[in-house]
Design a protein. Structure first.
Length: 295
């Protein structure tokens, strides 16, 4: 009982600290200055880009992503099946689904209005993109809808800023290609954004709606590319000899956070889209995963 009370008190302390940060405006400053990422050994942490500090959170898991209003953090715990929701104000943690479906759940993405969640899931090795409605507290409402429904590998959904389209990666053309699904016309065939000549993966839609960043894999080399939403003007943004992965746009669409292996470990970097200048945000030991911006 004493041990339980100690753990509970620690959770309340963390919640109070996070609430203080929220009230101080650190997590919600306009333009986006805070990143969240997962470390394989250190759990989930925050990075204040402006102040240069890294703050661990009392969460062990991966794939963290903030709700559009910044109140909730969705993540995949190390010790549970399915996604969990963390309420930053209260410190409460609870499952997204009351009874998670069997199989793997990956790469969640909130819709811009916070009313839906897209994610990839597999029960038989065949990953599909699902969309489920969510309540204001982040809990799922109703059954998830399989929007891809095929035998190919579909993963890494990302929403357009107006909430109408979902870009995702799929190998249905024989290699990784970015496709766009129209939620307003679900019977309409998906549109290929990339040409399938290289392996394209992990798309991220810019908040201004104009571009999509993605991983471009050619052999053993991976760089972050940017392309217009009509498929034109694709270019190599990072253009670095080390692998660059997992792009995430800043709220003002001026910067992209990403992962890069430039000092033996996978670290979080930020690159200015206009200049191509990159700077490291983490430099400690241990691989990092999934940077995501606080709205």
């Amino acid at each position: 009982m004493v041990a339980w009370l100690a753990v509970r008190a620690m959770g309340l302390c963390w919640a109070a600290c996070l609430l203080a940060l929220l009230l101080a405006g650190v997590l919600g400053r306009a333009g986006g200055t805070v990143l969240v990422f997962a470390g394989r050994s250190s759990g989930i942490s925050l990075v204040d880009v402006a102040r240069g500090w890294v703050q661990p959170l009392p969460l062990r898991g991966s794939m963290p992503v903030w709700s559009p209003d910044g109140r909730l953090l969705l993540y995949l715990p190390l010790d549970a099946r399915g996604f969990f929701v963390f309420d930053a104000a209260s410190g409460a943690r609870y499952p997204l689904f009351e009874s998670p479906a069997a199989g793997s759940h990956w790469n969640p993405a909130w819709s811009p209005d916070g009313a839906r969640l897209a994610y990839a899931a597999s029960s038989d090795g065949d990953f599909e993109i699902y969309v489920v409605a969510v309540e204001r507290d982040g809990r799922a409402r109703g059954a998830p809808l399989n929007i891809t429904a095929n035998r190919d590998f579909d993963n890494n959904p990302t929403w357009s800023p107006d909430g109408r389209y979902i870009a995702f990666e799929s190998n249905r053309s024989g290699r990784g290609t970015i496709y766009i699904f129209d939620t307003a016309n679900p019977a309409q065939p998906v549109r290929a954004l990339t040409d399938g000549q290289t392996w394209a993966a992990n798309p991220a839609w810019s908040p201004d709606g104009a571009r999509i960043a993605y991983e471009n894999h050619l052999g053993a080399q991976a760089d972050i590319f940017v392309v217009n939403v009509d498929g034109t003007a694709s270019y190599n943004l990072t253009n670095h000899p080390n692998n660059d992965l997992a792009p995430a746009w800043s709220p003002d669409s001026r910067e992209i956070a990403f992962l890069s292996i430039r000092n033996f470990f996978r670290q979080v970097f930020i690159i200015e889209v206009a200049t191509g200048v990159a700077r490291a945000q983490t430099q400690d030991e241990g691989d990092k995963e999934g940077p995501a911006w606080m709205p």
